[in-house]
Write a protein that binds this ligand. Structure first.
Ligand code: ZN
Length: 569
């Protein structure tokens, strides 16, 4: 391919609205153009990289026994009503009507449609298990599309769904898919972590997220050298042992004009870790009291899943007052009646704790579990924090990184098969619900995440296997006969081996060609200059290694070197 013939509109400067490195570089390198908020056009370079990722994913899905299908992008409302997600999805769902006023949505995911397909065509245990997958555009009407293609309103996703006779079979297949996803990440060349995750709107009992590590990542990842990894929202915490002291008599103390935990603790010559914070929440409209240590924070997602609630928010002032008989800021567990009390694992071990007194301007000292207050549930409801010990090995301190989620795998169980009544007949002729798993990868998002992880001041640094072109040949003067001959020879030999080679035949200075090659991020550059050629050499440079990556080689050796890198015989 000739650079001069391809639509690669590189730019010196990124547009002002490009808000992160990947968004800037994708536009500057001519991979994408923005059509409207959250909508992007893929130009040849962008699409080439996208297709490479897609092919790697397709190979791994097929290796995992998947069958590729293609479902409509437009999905009828009735199916979404059956699962209740027509309303759950809220404004993120793009909705539309046809000429007969029938309602539809642009699919943000396909559990409904694929389960409908399966309930019509799968009747017997003999047809299970089965895994169906597709590549297709997905739509989400993001409230604020940003970060380029990372949070766009239309994106390419690979979504896969597996159907099983029982949980045990799903469990086995989930591991197969976990490995397939791991293979995709390894083959694409990512520095990644698979982490345990909260399931969010899709629901289901268990899930893993595949995260590309990058400072710009929106997600917090918590991990340990022992292999434990979790989304910051989900990361488990251990019960913290407290020094046991003799119980002292509970006393009320006047604490005028002291507000937050730290102030109260200081006022009482104590520490936040001696404090029990008492928060009052409304879970689906019902009040619930939650206790955490003064230096900890409540994890509302853990709380929500513990309560099985769909909505958990801090209670309003009126509710707080009616439960505590005091203004906000003085709640404590002692003396509370007729309300469910949940204590975090680290709370009940605190002896002689400080709490609010349920009375304006008063706190209680020497509050002790069982003697002065009771709780209904003791559970892990706090956020993980720096310094926490790993919940798996119980030895090492947890590490925190930023990550970008590119894949998510779920054990759905019978959630969708129940609401859509997808059943099969077992070996005894008995009807059972089909057990499901679902597995998504954001293909467009991978492009942006890769660039966030792999770039320098000069541009993108593509991993070898997903670069739009693996090699760029830069003839310094293509008009020179010998240069042209060697350029064409290298191009032909590498192309014949299935590699994608770009010839920068533009009538530009070598410096400009080098800059563009670095900006686009092509992994290997072969420069053909008359001076080196006079000694029988060309220059091979690995993008990743900067100036240190330059080697002078004969054209033949350069070809051998590249084929070795790509493991081509
Ligand atoms: Zn560990």
């Amino acid at each position: 391919m000739f650079f001069s013939k391809l639509l690669i509109p590189t730019l010196r400067e990124a547009p002002a609205d490009a808000d992160i490195v990947s968004a800037k570089l994708m536009i500057r390198s001519g991979m994408v153009r923005k059509l409207a908020s959250g909508l992007y056009e893929f130009l040849p370079l962008g699409l080439r990289a996208l297709r490479k990722i897609e092919n790697i994913i397709r190979q791994e899905m097929n290796a995992a026994g998947g069958q590729e299908i293609m479902l409509p992008l437009i999905s009828p409302k009735d199916l979404w009503l059956e699962t209740g997600r027509w309303s759950v999805y809220g404004k993120e769902l793009f909705r539309l009507k046809d000429r007969k006023d029938a309602e539809f949505c642009l699919a943000p995911t396909a559990e409904e449609v694929v389960t409908d397909l399966v309930r019509k065509d799968i009747k017997s245990y003999r047809q299970l298990p089965i895994m169906l997958y597709q590549f297709g555009a997905k739509f989400r009407d993001e409230i604020r599309p940003r970060f380029g293609i990372m949070r766009s309103r239309e994106f390419l996703m690979k979504d896969a769904y597996s159907f099983h006779t029982d949980e045990a079979d799903l469990e086995k297949y989930y591991k197969t898919m976990f490995d397939a996803y791991t293979n995709v990440c390894v083959r694409c060349g990512f520095n990644f972590r698979a982490v345990e995750a909260a399931s969010g709107a899709i629901g289901g009992s268990f899930s893993h997220e595949f995260m590309i590590l990058a400072d710009a990542g929106e997600e917090e990842i918590v991990w340990c050298n022992c292999g434990y990894g979790a989304n910051g929202e989900k990361a488990e915490t251990l019960k913290m042992e407290q020094l046991q002291e003799d119980f002292l008599p509970m006393v009320a103390v006047f604490t005028p004009n002291v507000g937050v935990v730290e102030d109260v603790a200081r006022f009482l010559n104590s520490y936040p870790s001696k404090f029990i914070k008492t928060m009052i929440y409304s879970a689906d409209g019902k009040p619930v009291v939650v206790l955490v240590r003064g230096d900890h924070e409540i994890n509302e997602i853990k709380l929500q899943s513990l309560l099985g609630a769909t909505k958990v928010v801090l209670a309003d002032e009126q509710t707080v007052t009616s439960i505590t008989n005091a203004p906000i800021g003085f709640a404590g567990p002692s003396g509370l009646k007729n309300v469910k009390i949940i204590a975090d694992l680290s709370v009940v071990g605190i002896s002689n704790a400080i709490t609010g007194a349920n009375k304006k301007d008063y706190h209680l000292r020497n509050v002790n579990y069982n003697r002065d207050y009771k709780v209904d549930i003791i559970a892990d409801v706090r956020k993980v924090m720096e310094g926490d010990t790993c919940p798996r090995c119980k030895k090492e301190t947890l590490k925190f990184s930023r990550g970008i989620e590119i894949g998510h795998i779920f054990k759905l169980g019978a959630k969708y098969s129940k609401s859509l009544n997808a059943t099969y007949l077992d070996i005894n002729g008995k009807e059972n619900f089909i057990v499901m798993g679902c597995y998504g990868i954001g293909v467009t998002r991978i492009l942006a995440a890769t660039i966030e992880q792999s770039h320098d001041d000069n541009g993108i640094i593509w991993p070898d296997n997903i670069a739009p072109f693996e090699i760029v040949i830069v003839p310094v003067n293509y008009a020179d006969e010998k240069t042209e001959e060697v350029t064409n020879k290298i191009y032909k030999e590498l192309s014949a081996k299935g590699l994608d080679v770009l010839i920068d035949d533009r009538d530009e200075r070598a410096g400009i060609k080098f800059k563009d090659a670095d900006l686009i991020g092509i992994p290997y550059r072969i420069t053909i200059g008359e001076k080196n050629l006079a000694n029988g050499n060309v220059e091979l440079k690995a993008r990743r290694n900067g100036k240190d990556g330059v080697k002078l080689l004969t054209p033949e050796s350069a070809i051998v070197e590249i084929l070795k890198i790509y493991k081509i015989a």
